[in-house]
Design a protein around this ligand. Structure first.
Ligand SMILES: Nc1nc2c(ncn2[C@@H]2O[C@H](COP(=O)(O)OP(=O)(O)OP(=O)(O)O)[C@@H](O)[C@H]2O)c(=O)[nH]1
Length: 318
C-alpha cells in the first residue's frame, strides 16, 4: 500500500539554478520561418498543429503574427489519446477567442473523428475565402505548421492514407527536428486537387518562462539533452505531485509519494537493476545506481501515457 504525503509537504515552486537552461532557437528554425513566409502567397489554408498535452504552453504565438492570420486557419491539437477527454471542452473554451476552428486528433487511429473533420473543413473554409492572387488556380495548397515533434508528418501521412490511399510520404520520428526541408509538397487528393506543404517544426525564439520551456521539453519538442534528463524528470515529479497525479508511485513500485527526485531515481534504477560501474580516485571500482537511465525511464513513462492521461496545462486552465 503506498503512503500519502500531506499536500503541503510538496514543493509549491519549481526552482532551477540555470534560468537559461534551454537554448531555444536553433538556426534552422529561423530560416524555416522565413521560407514559410515567402511561400505564403501560394497557400490557401493553414493547419497549425500542436500537442494536446500543452494546448496553451505549446502554442507558438509568433505564428499568429507571421504566417497565420491572413489565410483560413485550423488549429489541430494532436495526441489527444494522451489526455483526459474531459479537458477537450475546457481547452476549446479557453482558446475560443483566438482560434475559431479547433480539432482534436489522434494520428495513430484512422477512425479518429478529428481526422475525418479536417479535410472537409479546410475545403469549406477555402471555398468561403477570398483567394486573391490564387483565385484562378485549380489546385489548393494547405500548409501544415507547428512546433517540433507534435505530429505534423504523422498527420500528413494519416490524411494522405485516408484520401489518397497512399503510404507514408513524410518521415515520422520520436525526436524533434526530423522534418528539416521546408515545404515538401505532398499530394492529398486528385479530385479536387489538393496538396499539403510539410514544414519543419518552429519554436518561438522567446519562451515566456522556464516552466513553459520545461513543459515543451517534457513533450519532446526540444531534445532532452538541451535541458538535461534529470532536470526534466525533477520538473515532471514536481508537476505530478503539485497536481496530485500519483500513478508514478504504483508504476515504479515506490513505497510512498515523494518530492525528492534523487530518492525516486535511485529507487527506479535499483528496481530495474540499472547500475554504473566506474573507478574512484583511488582506482577502486564503485557501483552506483544509473540515475540518467532512471530519469529516461521516468520521462518515457509519462510520454507513453503510463503515468496516466496527463494534460500539462491543467494548472493554467483551472
Ligand atoms: N500518442 C501519439 N503519438 C503521436 C501521435 N501523432 C504522432 N505521434 C508521435 O509523435 C512523434 C513525432 O511525430 P512526427 O509526425 O514526426 O512529428 P513532426 O511534427 O512531423 O516532427 P518534426 O519533423 O520534428 O517537426 C512520433 O513518435 C509519432 O509516432 C498521436 O496522435 N498520438
Amino acid at each position: 500500500m503506498s503512503g500519502k504525503l500531506a499536500p503541503n509537504s510538496f514543493r509549491s515552486v519549481f526552482k532551477t539554478i540555470d534560468k537559461d537552461l534551454v537554448r531555444w532557437f536553433p538556426g534552422h528554425m529561423g530560416k524555416g520561418l522565413k521560407q514559410m513566409q515567402h511561400k505564403l502567397r501560394s497557400v490557401d489554408c493553414i493547419i497549425e498543429v500542436h500537442d494536446s498535452r500543452i494546448p496553451i504552453s505549446g502554442i507558438n504565438t509568433d505564428f499568429k503574427y507571421t504566417v497565420s492570420g491572413i489565410k483560413p486557419h485550423i488549429l489541430v491539437l494532436n495526441k489527444v489519446d494522451l489526455i483526459d477527454a474531459r479537458y477537450k471542452s475546457l481547452i476549446e473554451n479557453h482558446l475560443k477567442d483566438d482560434y475559431k476552428h479547433v480539432i482534436f486528433t489522434e494520428c495513430k487511429n484512422q477512425q479518429c473523428n478529428g481526422l475525418k473533420q479536417i479535410f472537409p473543413l479546410a475545403q469549406k473554409l477555402i471555398k468561403e475565402s477570398d483567394r486573391y492572387n490564387r483565385a484562378t488556380e485549380e489546385d489548393c495548397n494547405i500548409m501544415i505548421i507547428g512546433v517540433p515533434n507534435v505530429g505534423k508528418s504523422s498527420l500528413i501521412n494519416a490524411l494522405r492514407a485516408r484520401y489518397f490511399g497512399k503510404g507514408n510520404a513524410t518521415t515520422v520520428g520520436a525526436v524533434p527536428g526530423v522534418t528539416r526541408s521546408v515545404l515538401h509538397k505532398i499530394k492529398l487528393s486528385d479530385k479536387p486537387l489538393f496538396y499539403m506543404l510539410d514544414t519543419p517544426g518552429i519554436l518561438s525564439p522567446k519562451i515566456s518562462n522556464v516552466e513553459t520551456g520545461l513543459k515543451l521539453a517534457l513533450c519532446s519538442t526540444i531534445a532532452d539533452h538541451m535541458v538535461g534528463e534529470r532536470i526534466l524528470a525533477d520538473y515532471l515529479l514536481y508537476w505530478l505531485n503539485k497536481n496530485e497525479h500519483f500513478d508514478y508511485v504504483k508504476v515504479f513500485d515506490l513505497e510512498e509519494q515523494s518530492d525528492n527526485i534523487l530518492d525516486v531515481l535511485t529507487h527506479v534504477a535499483k528496481v530495474n537493476k540499472k547500475y554504473l560501474k566506474f573507478k574512484d580516485t583511488m582506482n577502486n571500482y564503485i557501483i552506483a545506481p544509473n540515475l540518467d537511465h532512471a530519469a529516461n525511464m521516468f520521462l518515457k513513462a509519462f510520454r507513453t501515457g503510463n503515468l496516466g492521461k496527463i494534460m500539462l496545462d491543467e494548472d493554467i486552465i483551472r
